[in-house]
Design a protein around this ligand. Sequence first.
Ligand code: DHB
Ligand code: FE
Length: 285
Amino acid sequence: MATIVGCICTSHIPAIGGALAKGLESEPYWQPFFDCFPPVRAWLDRVQPDVAVVFYNDHGLNFFLDNMPTFAVGAAEEYLNADEGWGIPPLGLYPGDPKLSWHVMQSLVSEEFDPASCQRMLVDHAFAIPMQLLWPDKGSGPRASVPIAINTVQHPLPSPRRCYKLGQAVGRAIASYPEDLKVVVVGTGGLSHQLEGARAGHINKAFDLLCMSKLVDDPTALIRYSIDDLVETKGSQGVELIMWIAARAAMTGSVTKIHSNYHIPISNTAAGLLVLENRDPPQFM
Ligand code: DHB
Ligand code: FE
């Protein structure tokens, strides 16, 4: 059977791709951000996931305002990261696992979720930058991924409660997959951030740290918030927390915190990293 080895919640700020392309990792601005990744890569080396299931939000590369699914599951043989206009190098193709994707779809629909199934899907920076951070050498990464997009662009957005339930359902789908696969679940997005308007650059460190701590020990504490609460508290793009909530909810048992980091700001955004190992399946020592 498939097992979830753990989850990784990380930022996906496009400027990270620029810093990597220019080799700026040890510059003073970037070092406190990039320094948190070697321990995560060491953990990934230890657990060796076969597949990554990635909750991310498309920002207009694949879906636009005229056609915006609330939830969309990638079911393609491969996913292309194309140019979005950020001035960063596109990262090419990522192999999919349609069989696992369709199993997840089947399981979600039987649990009364109605995601779009995408047999063709471009993946934007919110998918590709975290993949690049976690597996700088693409060949060393998981053999496939299943991208799951959550709408954070065109209101109404799904609530934290709904995304928690989605994550739980995805966790059950993975746990019921008959192949012996090790799956890492990834949730991408910033903590506080607002890119536009009078509050551009708004960051609420206290609330971000509260969210990070609740994600470890008490994730359901976060489902009481509405989307409007998140916008007000942590900025209009701070709603990207819902991807982290979904990823955390996919953990099928109790978790151990492997690593975390919080650094402000990167660009306009609070950059966070949280790695949780599932305690119930075998430990990967
Ligand atoms: C930034 C953050 C994001 O989450 C994003 O999708 C794009 C840009 C930023 O802070 O620059
Ligand atoms: Fe974003």
